[in-house]
Write a protein that binds this ligand. Structure first.
Ligand code: B4P
Length: 332
């Protein structure tokens, strides 16, 4: 029930937070660009040039200790005194408490976050309770006639700018989800119970079709999502091990969750240097979902020229899924 209350509270909370000046809305326009069978949406948002730039956090022990010593405020820690706060709930089985906050820097209305109330690292994997509640929120949105998907930027090369664990939810107009989802829905797969890859994409992508009945019990939901995530994470780690120039340290990856699919996309780098402009373009999970963000017309042209899929290949990993499936687990 709590999940449907989150969805119904969004429009009024968004307006209230915007009027109060706690939420900054940045207007944008979407340009379509087809590449490798994906209808990419490149969102041009020049107003974001004025948003304060938050440096990417690092997740090694020394950096976390150094950040804690600076006593930098954690925007996702309680108490929640601003109008960005929507609600909170507790997972009774795991004892984890979550808060729902509106995204302070909103490009799409009603973009919101599910944060752990206690500090958890954004470099830690999703746990069953995270997945169960994220999926239940998507389900509640669909019951209310709305379409959202969830994403998670994990690790210091994933595009995350905040180190406190947060999943994000963004609405899409179409029932068939973000551009990547349309490709996955059209894919003919060998088995619903095995991970697969979308072979038309030049970057590593590990996907599971989620055959979850809308009437599934909470336990069933949690079990299916957690086992799918573990399988995909195993493949992601194998992919990262095979990548010759992968940076040392914990693997970074992006997660995308829709009602029909779970995706894990391994990352090598956070940014790509655009060859036409020399600008660094930061890519997060939305980029891999087929939604790239640019802040100027020059960047837009540079992305079109290079091609979104090639840019994602540059910050992602080589696709080795077929190798893993056909030849067994990756070697060390
Ligand atoms: P992260 O996982 O850390 O990083 P991110 O989504 O890539 O956003 P980033 O902060 O790097 O912003 P960017 O300029 O790239 O997410 C942190 C989230 O918390 C963000 O949503 C951030 O805005 C939000 N946040 C930060 N401080 C907060 C606070 N005090 N209270 C509440 N929320 C807070 O991108 C700017 C925005 O555009 C981001 O929201 C990003 O998610 C969004 N965006 C990126 N690509 C997009 C696309 N293609 N379409 C629509 N929106 C897009």
């Amino acid at each position: 029930m709590v999940h449907s209350q989150i969805i119904s509270a969004l429009p009024s909370s968004f307006e209230k937070a915007r009027t109060a000046g706690d939420l900054l809305f940045f207007p944008s326009e979407v340009h379509e660009h087809e590449d490798c069978g994906v209808k990419f949406e490149i969102r041009l948002c020049p107003a974001l040039l004025h948003k304060p730039n938050i440096p990417t956090p690092h997740f090694d022990a020394a950096s976390i200790e150094a950040a804690a010593a600076t006593k930098k405020p954690d925007p996702f820690a309680p108490p929640y005194n601003s109008t960005l706060y929507v609600s909170e709930f507790k997972d009774e089985d795991e004892g984890i408490e979550y808060a729902i906050l509106l995204n302070k820097y909103s490009v799409v209305p009603n973009h919101f976050l599910m944060v752990t109330k206690d500090y958890q690292s954004q470099a830690s994997p999703l746990v069953p309770s995270d997945l169960k509640h994220a999926y239940s929120i998507l389900l509640a949105a669909r019951k209310a006639g709305q379409h959202f998907f969830a994403f998670y930027n994990c690790g210091d090369q994933s595009g995350a700018s905040q180190s406190h664990k947060h999943l994000q939810f963004i609405p899409v107009e179409e029932e068939d989800g973000p551009p990547l989802e349309r490709v996955a829905r059209a894919a003919h797969i060998e088995s619903e119970y095995k991970p697969f890859a979308l072979p038309s994409l030049p970057f590593a992508n590990h996907v599971r079709r989620l055959s979850i009945s809308p009437s599934a019990s909470a336990d069933e939901l949690e079990h299916k999502l957690a086992s799918a995530f573990m399988e995909l994470l195993d493949l992601c780690i194998s992919t990262v091990r095979l990548a010759e120039d992968h940076p040392a340290g914990m693997p970074s990856y992006n997660v995308v969750l829709t009602l029909q699919h779970l995706y894990v996309l391994p990352r090598r780098w956070e940014t790509h240097v655009l060859s036409a402009t020399g600008d660094k373009l930061s890519i997060n999970a939305l980029g891999f979902a087929g939604m790239l963000l640019v802040k100027s017309h020059e960047e837009l042209e540079a992305v079109r020229l290079e091609g979104p899929a090639a840019i994602l290949r540059a910050v992602g990993c080589q696709s080795v899924h077929e190798l893993q499936v056909n030849d067994g687990p990756a070697v060390d």
